[in-house]
Design a protein around this ligand. Structure first.
Ligand SMILES: [Zn+2]
Length: 109
């Protein structure tokens, strides 16, 4: 799960003008748009937990097919790299989980 901020010129109904806005994304979904002139924030309703589970599900789902693809391409290479990869996977997942948890926590406030 990734939080991204982007700046864009948008029309603000409050200022009644085109002003710089900060757009905040989680993954590829917009969660809020803030006008930099009047600081008015427009929150976009996103089911943050649903996003999170969807991402985890997709990640787990795409892993086996990717491994199969590599297995087909080069068996020797695959076998040589497999133990390292399997060892680093739980750590990576855990790190992503912690990061996602932080985003979810901040989002709820
Ligand atoms: Zn404004």
């Amino acid at each position: 799960m990734k939080k991204t901020e982007m700046e864009a010129i948008l029309f603000c109904v409050h200022c009644n003008d085109e002003t710089p806005h900060i757009i905040t994304y989680i993954n590829s979904k917009i969660i809020s748009v803030k006008c930099e002139e009047c600081n008015k924030v427009s929150e976009v309703k996103v089911d943050i937990l649903k996003e999170f589970f969807k991402e985890m599900y997709e990640r787990l789902l795409t892993k086996p097919s990717r491994i199969t693809q590599e297995y087909k391409e080069d068996l020797n290479k695959f076998l040589k790299h497999l133990p390292i990869r399997l060892a680093s996977k739980p750590y990576r997942l855990l790190r992503d989980l912690n990061q996602s948890r932080k985003i979810i926590k901040n989002f709820k406030h």
